[in-house]
Design a protein around this ligand. Structure first.
Ligand SMILES: [Zn+2]
Ligand SMILES: [Zn+2]
Length: 348
């Protein structure tokens, strides 16, 4: 035995509104795996959704949380890239590389995804496929909590990179939560004029800090679509619009605010079994392209990590506060009530 004890505290989801921090055995690792002692985990909108409504793919008791950075305390015998003592950030998943979708070059749709053993947990087992594809050493000058943004930021990077955006485009971002803000920050790097819509002045202030050109508080306007179009030449609509809320009504508005020939990226995942409707003319006569983007891929995980670790983008406004791990439920409540953005849980 090394200096690691055999028990740890881990957050487990039992049922909607029932998440418990319990003593469980520290995970064993296989020859391709790594064990991390968590230093920081971040709250995420997905945690809030799972906490409140559960998740169709989750059977209780299930590990809870997925944005993690920490120190390596064990490496499997086959692992060459990493050593005990390294500061690392891990993505929560990695594709298998072998299924139909991986071979179609759509690893975000992989049917045999590898997962970390938990997120809000004192120790995390990182399986071989993630160690090989989606785990990174953190440079000394980058705090754990900033590196831990790699996972959500990689989804924003994927959402922006997979959208046909041209230099100088006018782009609307509907929603200014963590993902909406990260998307807006990337669009500014790409030279776009960005219009951001949200119901919170506090979030819109943060958007301005990322250089967003126009903010619209949706409570201050009668018609969100017209308010966006009024900021475009001849009121014709934006070149590209993102939906980063996950609500069918906002999906519909997002499609409406795009100019003819433009693109609507419906990025926010909605509740199960919801539908939305759009005027057929938008697709046919107006040639608007409507599409969705799900999750991320190793290519964008690496790019996201590079952008954070090189200091090319400063995402610190996305993390509102630091709290001890034991205050997890308070941190999730604050996040869910939109009191600030993400919270960083600190482990001793
Ligand atoms: Zn997340
Ligand atoms: Zn696969």
């Amino acid at each position: 035995m090394s200096n690691i004890q055999d028990k740890m505290k881990q957050a487990l989801w039992y049922a909607p509104l029932d998440v418990r921090i319990e003593e469980v055995p520290i995970p064993e690792i296989g020859p391709d795996d790594v064990l991390i002692k968590t230093r920081v985990s971040l709250t995420c909108g997905t945690d809030v959704k799972t906490y409140r409504r559960g998740h169709p793919q989750v059977k209780a008791p299930a590990p809870f949380g997925h944005e993690v950075a920490g120190d390596i305390v064990k490496v499997g015998s086959n692992v060459e890239k990493f050593r005990v003592g390294m500061r690392v950030v891990t993505h929560n998943t990695a594709p298998c590389g072998e299924c139909f979708f991986c071979k179609e070059n759509r690893p975000q749709l992989c049917k045999d995804t590898a997962w970390i053993s938990g997120g809000h947990s004192e120790y995390v087992r990182v399986p071989g496929p993630i160690v090989r594809q989606n785990m990174f050493e953190i440079p000394d000058d980058v705090p754990y909590k900033m590196a831990a943004l790699t996972e959500p930021f990689s989804c924003a990077v994927s959402g922006v990179e997979r959208t046909p955006i041209e230099l100088g485009d006018i782009v609307a971002v509907n929603g200014a939560g963590p993902l909406g803000l990260m998307i807006a920050a990337l669009l500014k790097i790409k030279g776009c004029t960005v219009i951001q819509c949200d119901a919170s002045d506090e979030r819109l202030e943060i958007a301005k800090g990322f250089g967003v050109d126009h903010v619209i508080n949706i409570n201050d306007v009668e018609d969100q679509v017209q308010a966006v179009k009024a900021l475009t030449p001849y009121n014709m609509g934006v070149d590209v619009a993102f939906e980063v809320v996950g609500h069918p009504k906002i999906w519909e508005m997002t499609v409406e605010m795009v100019r003819n020939g433009g693109y609507a990226n419906l990025f926010g995942g909605c509740k199960e079994n919801t539908r939305f409707s759009i005027d057929t003319a938008r697709i046919h006569y107006d040639e608007v392209t409507v599409f969705g983007i799900f999750h991320t891929t190793p290519k964008y995980v690496k790019l996201a990590n590079d952008l954070i670790c090189s200091g090319k983008i400063d995402l610190s406004p996305i993390i509102t506060r630091e709290m001890p791990f034991d205050d997890l439920m308070k941190a999730i409540e604050l996040h869910g009530n939109q009191d600030g953005l993400k919270n960083a849980l600190i482990y001793d």
